[in-house]
Design a protein. Structure first.
Length: 316
């Protein structure tokens, strides 16, 4: 059992864009400047080996039913913490059910905070497994949000049994901007997963595999135009989910007509994500996407233009 190296710490974990079009459940990326903060403190009023949530808004304060609480407990078990109790404070910077990895950001920040409190003994893979325990309870056993939330950048999930992850390094000298447009609409992950086909035909399988391969190659080459084209090309998941988000098809069309390299649904939605290599152009595209959500789906929305987060969850 490691000794604590701090009495309290604060950590941050970024928002994430999962799936990236054809990469359903095996590709994700972290988004800079958006995310959740978690503070953890040693607390003698909390039973040793347990976690208490002292501050939270809109979510369950029971640590067994809260993403941050579940991940914090999992990290404590991995570290074999039995002599200390911890109190946890969660500051949500992400809206719930937005398709931006809200639950994963809370889980990643909590696991990292607990780990740092006790001297950072756990590696990224273990932190991701702690976060996966929480994801499994709230949105399903998939790592395409939690892996980039912990590691930053683009991440490919090579295998779930056992968990094998491959960071995809987007070149430092290349600019990449995500245009994120979030409508006032709820798209619960469970409902959006229920819409997916149980089986697919060989032609769709071949097409999506080729597009996912093209996407990975584009990330590694820093080819934003190629990345956008592949991102836009999913023929399995997006066709089933887009009709459930009012105006999504019109928003995608508006993004591409205004100059985006590609557009798709972020995670399970309802946020639409487009990619571009210029921030000012991204802002113009975002405005057109907001207009399209209102015109085509009768939904108000907000747009943001954000860089790729290359760092992942970290101590603040």
């Amino acid at each position: 059992e490691p000794e604590p190296v701090f009495t309290s710490v604060k950590s941050f974990a970024p928002a994430t864009v999962a799936n990236l079009g054809p990469g359903f459940d095996f590709l994700g990326a972290a988004v800079d400047g958006l995310g959740d903060f978690v503070s953890v403190s040693l607390d003698t009023s909390v039973r040793p080996g347990h976690v208490s949530i002292s501050e939270i808004s809109k979510l369950s304060s029971n640590p067994l039913f809260n993403c941050a609480g579940i991940a914090a407990i999992a990290a404590m078990k991995m570290l074999n913490i039995r002599s200390f109790g911890i109190s946890l404070k969660l500051e949500k910077g992400l809206p719930l059910g937005s398709g931006l990895g809200s639950s994963a950001a809370s889980a990643a920040a909590a696991a990292v905070a607990v780990n740092e409190l006790f001297g950072a003994k756990l590696g990224a893979d273990q932190l991701i497994l702690a976060g996966l325990e929480s994801e499994a309870k709230v949105s399903g056993y998939h790592a395409d949000n939690i892996a980039p939330a912990v590691m930053g950048g683009f991440v490919l999930i090579k295998s779930y049994e056992p968990l094998e992850l491959k960071p995809l390094i987007f070149p430092n000298n290349q600019e990449l901007f995500f245009i994120l447009v979030s409508p006032e609409f709820e798209a619960p992950t469970k409902k959006m997963r229920a819409a997916l086909p149980a089986e697919i035909g060989m032609p769709q399988h071949v097409w999506n595999c080729s597009q996912a391969g093209a996407l990975v190659a584009s990330v590694l080459e820093g080819d934003v135009a190629g990345l956008g084209k592949a991102l836009s090309s999913d023929k399995i998941v997006e066709p089933k989910r887009a009709p459930l988000i009012p105006g999504m098809e019109g928003v995608k069309k508006a993004a591409i007509e205004t100059g985006a390299f590609g557009c798709t649904i972020s995670g399970a939605g309802p946020t639409a994500v487009a990619v571009i290599d210029n921030e000012d152009k991204g802002k113009v595209i975002g405005e057109k996407m907001v207009e399209a959500f209102l015109k085509e789906g009768n939904l108000r929305s907000v747009s943001m233009v954000k860089r790729l987060d290359r760092v992942g969850a970290r101590l603040v």
